[in-house]
Design a protein around this ligand. Structure first.
Ligand SMILES: *[C@@H]1O[C@H](CO)[C@@H](O)[C@H](O)[C@H]1NC(C)=O
Ligand SMILES: *[C@@H]1O[C@H](CO)[C@@H](O)[C@H](O)[C@H]1NC(C)=O
Ligand SMILES: *[C@@H]1O[C@H](CO)[C@@H](O)[C@H](O)[C@H]1NC(C)=O
Ligand SMILES: *[C@@H]1O[C@H](CO)[C@@H](O)[C@H](O)[C@H]1NC(C)=O
Ligand SMILES: CC(=O)N[C@H]1CO[C@H](CO)[C@@H](O)[C@@H]1O
Ligand SMILES: [Ca+2]
Ligand SMILES: [Zn+2]
Length: 655
């Protein structure tokens, strides 16, 4: 493994050590909400022909408990009753086994929303629900439901829904104890015995539940919890009788369903916004030069990061551990990380007129955010677990795990640079971001997306070229140069805006360095950026960053040619491959997987052409050839490391 830096002219002084051992497994063990994924859940139905409800004013003999309480008008009650009849007829389920939990008419749209839950033995089946939308003229315009079939309902043994005796109170306590173990704060027998339990009837809802008192603080901050009877349908639609236990902790408010007989937690919901918020420069703002920070809520992509980005309350999670490292040393596990406010809110002051150490928490947050963005984006485009990506836990079971990125903000081992070290799959890569001394106050690379994107892309290209286990494929010469080039190219794709045109030039590192850190701006104008294939023969173009600049410029041409032909996607995360910029990113990653170890420019170009052929059947082949040919890497170009590079400006026959 070697450490690859952003710039050629500053050598990185510290070589990354092998993956540290003894890593905390907390990313894997954090308590996360879950629920049965119902196989029979019906997707949201919009009724093209709205279905008229049979409203029979006040004539339906529904028991009071089937309708919501005092806030509901007679008209809503009639609609509610008619909705229950509609569901009963439509899905062949007994209306006596349903109740309306809410019904209200939206004052703007005039649509009435009716929410229904199924019941058995007078107890709610918490996840057997239906939502029905009713138009002003009392027609069902749309609906969704995951109701339990009648046969399942009748199979449930009759039992008393009310908790009247000692054995019920005891079960409620056992349910609390089972939840406590699940939450990692077990209650022993004595502590369970010390919990006081009593049956209470709510004055507002009339519902009966067990109130649990003298609960240890570790489980419930208030010392109290509640438990009530419920049923839950499992993935296959069968029912399990549960206790629904509600406890509030410091940073969570759990509502759990516990199968006491089976000794396990069936579902777990966190009423605390199970969310993550970051006050950061969002993905369309490359640096402080382009705009201000915003609160970004729940940015994690659910395919790429199904359990979110944050493990718990600080800047570490399954994809990246971000921390400061002012000494520049090799330790990182116990380095400083900002602590989030309750509910994973990361919001720290950033005064750009101060020196970077003054805003280190904002910097670490930004670095954490951008690394996770890179993880999710590259995952969507095929740098996933099987392809050797960077994750502590590989949810698919594919690829090697235990290799989330170590990302050091304001690392003290250097200045005016950044670097990334990529060991093989299963070992942690390390990103080090430095402070830049060009300006006063100094500027922090953590705040500049193109720099972080450049570094992360070293990880992508190294793991994808030659397979996840081989990190030795992009070492020096043309392949090492293209390693730099792909990193600039991905940074460019990410920062391009819908308002940009051919006359927009992109300057890598322009926030920290105040101008481009490369020889030329990235531009489709031959005068602004004259780089061509022949440059690889120049004595001043033997260093990887210079070679990479030529490659990135060619890719910049390809990107624009694809955008010209196919249009621009505002959101790369939508993975809309019919658009030029998204297609470009896809072809780059696909090409990396196809190309050989230590590829030449010609190999890498051919891999991109082949990837495109495989993806679209070659619809853009001539477009891509044209863009490469513009910079001298046309059909008859030849050359490789140690050999003369012959330019060619032609495209293959047939184009
Ligand atoms: C109707 O209800 C569904 C949930 O079942 C909801 O997602 C949808 O937005 C509602 N439609 C209208 C038109 O209000
Ligand atoms: C490791 O986990 C423990 C709790 O299990 C936690 O206190 C500690 O901070 C974790 N280490 C890191 C580096 O976050
Ligand atoms: C961020 O925190 C500051 C206080 O430090 C607060 O004034 C501001 O409203 C918060 N911003 C957001 C978007 O929550
Ligand atoms: C070719 O494309 C198909 C989908 O069109 C994809 O499944 C396959 O992985 C691709 N193969 C290569 C070698 O890129
Ligand atoms: C090859 C490898 O390490 N696979 C692991 C992927 O992750 C799963 C779950 O974390 C492990 O069980 C596998 O061993
Ligand atoms: Ca991995
Ligand atoms: Zn680099």
């Amino acid at each position: 493994m070697k450490t690859i830096s952003l710039l050629g002219f500053v050598a990185a002084s510290v070589v990354a050590s092998a993956a540290p051992s003894g890593i905390n497994n907390s990313a894997a063990t954090a308590i996360k909400p879950f629920r049965p994924i119902l196989k029979h859940r019906e997707s949201f139905l919009v009724h093209e022909e709205p279905i008229a409800l049979q409203i029979q004013a006040s004539q339906l003999s529904l028991s009071d408990s089937a309708l919501v309480g005092t806030m509901v008008s007679d008209e809503l009650k009639d609609i509610g009753a008619a909705v229950l009849n509609f569901l009963g007829a439509q899905y062949k389920v007994p209306t006596s086994n349903m109740r309306v939990t809410n019904a209200y008419t939206d004052s703007a749209s005039g649509i009435t929303h009716v929410y229904v839950v199924q019941t058995v033995n007078g107890v709610d089946i918490t996840n057997a629900v239906a939502n029905i939308n009713v138009s002003k003229d009392k027609k069902v315009i749309s609906s969704s439901q995951c109701l339990v079939a009648e046969a399942v309902l009748t199979s449930v043994t009759k039992e008393s829904p009310l908790m009247q005796d000692e054995s019920d109170l005891d079960q409620a306590k056992q349910a609390l104890a089972l939840l406590a173990s699940h939450l990692g704060v077990p209650l022993d027998k004595t502590a369970t015995g010390a919990v006081a339990a009593a049956v209470v009837t709510s004055e507002t809802s009339g519902q009966t539940y067990v109130s649990l008192e003298t609960v240890p603080d570790s489980i419930a901050i208030s010392g109290t919890a509640t438990a009530s009877r419920a049923y839950v349908q499992q993935e296959d639609g069968s029912l399990v009788s549960t206790w629904r236990v509600n406890v509030e902790q410091q940073d969570h408010w759990w509502n759990a369903n516990i199968d006491v007989a089976g000794g396990k937690v069936i579902s777990l919901v966190d009423w605390y916004a199970n969310s993550e918020s970051y006050y950061v420069y969002p993905k369309n703002i490359n640096s402080p030069d382009e705009g201000t920070r915003k609160m970004v809520v729940d940015p994690a992509n659910t395919d790429a990061s199904p359990k979110g980005w944050v493990t718990e309350g600080s800047t570490y999670g399954n994809n990246v551990w971000a921390q400061s490292n002012p000494t520049g040393g090799n330790n990182w596990q116990n380095n400083h990380r900002p602590k989030a406010q309750s509910g994973n809110v990361f919001n720290y002051t950033l005064d750009l007129s101060a020196q970077p150490p003054k805003y280190v928490d904002a910097a670490i947050t930004q670095l954490f955010y951008t690394n996770n963005l890179m993880h999710d984006l590259s995952y969507i485009y095929g740098f996933d677990e099987a392809a050797g990506n960077f994750q502590d836990v590989n949810y698919s079971g594919k690829g090697a795990d235990g290799d989330a990125v170590i990302a050091n903000a304001q690392d003290g081992s250097g200045t005016n640079n950044a670097n990334f070290a990529t060991p093989p799959d299963g070992q942690r890569p390390r990103m080090r971001m430095y402070v830049w001394t060009i300006t006063n106050p100094r500027r922090d690379g953590d705040l500049e997306q193109d720099i972080v994107a450049h570094e992360y892309t070293h990880g992508i290209s190294n793991r994808l070229t030659g397979g996840p286990a081989n990190s030795d494929c992009l070492d020096y010469g043309e392949s090492g140069g293209m390693g730099e080039g792909w990193s600039d190219a991905v940074a460019n794709i990410m920062r391009l805006k819908s308002t940009d045109t051919h006359s927009t030039d992109l300057l890598l590192g322009d926030y920290v360095y105040t101008k481009t850190i490369r020889n030329y701006a990235y531009s489709t104008n031959m005068r602004t950026n004259p780089s061509t294939y022949k440059y690889l023969d120049r004595s001043d173009y033997q260093e990887v960053h210079s070679i990479g600049e030529v490659w990135a410029e060619m890719l910049y041409e390809v990107m624009w040619a694809l955008i010209d032909k196919n249009g621009f996607s505002e959101d790369l995360f939508a993975h809309d491959l019919s658009k030029g910029n998204a297609l470009m990113l896809q072809l780059l990653l696909d090409g990396m997987k196809l190309q050989p170890c230590t590829p030449s420019f010609i190999d890498a170009r051919n891999a991109i052409i082949q990837a495109e052929k495989n993806l679209t059947g070659g619809k853009n082949a001539c477009t891509i050839w044209g863009a490469f040919a513009k910079r001298g890497l046309g059909a008859k170009a030849s050359g490789s490391d140690g050999k003369t590079h012959y330019e060619d400006y032609s495209v293959p026959g047939g184009c």
